[in-house]
Design a protein. Sequence first.
Length: 171
Amino acid sequence: MSEFDQAFFESVFYKCYDRLYAGFLKKTRSETIATELTQLTFIKFWEYRSSYTFELPPELQLNRKAKQVFIDWLRKEAYQRKLAAALREHSFSQQSESKFELNHTLQAALDRLPPTRRKVFSLAYIEGFSHKEIAGLLGISVKTVDAHVLKALHQLRKILAFYAVLCVISQ
């Protein structure tokens, strides 16, 4: 045969497909990827048929294409892994910055509370005391503790809602 035509391509395809697929499957351990790489190899084999030489066996030339396809795939995978790692790192650093900003904002919001309300809120939510224990510590009624906690939560919700809106706007 001295011409690279559809009949020649078809004969090489049926002769080499299974072996090529098995090689890719062994290297990638994924049927989907092995199928894609095998198909891509044959596509490139067809696209570059003008550079085909009948002096070398078709299997050898097909294996060269397969090697190129596999190396390209490995480069692409490495790039995608590197990109994914960079995105995760960026996301983590952004989360850390956001956490710091949120803690700073929460502390600023707590500082804006009146002293008694701040003390009651801190004892209840930061130190974990019950309302009854807080009432005993501060010498006030449980109802007064409840009122301070409710007002503190209401004020903090407003401040943090404003912070959330600012975060969305600034992105």
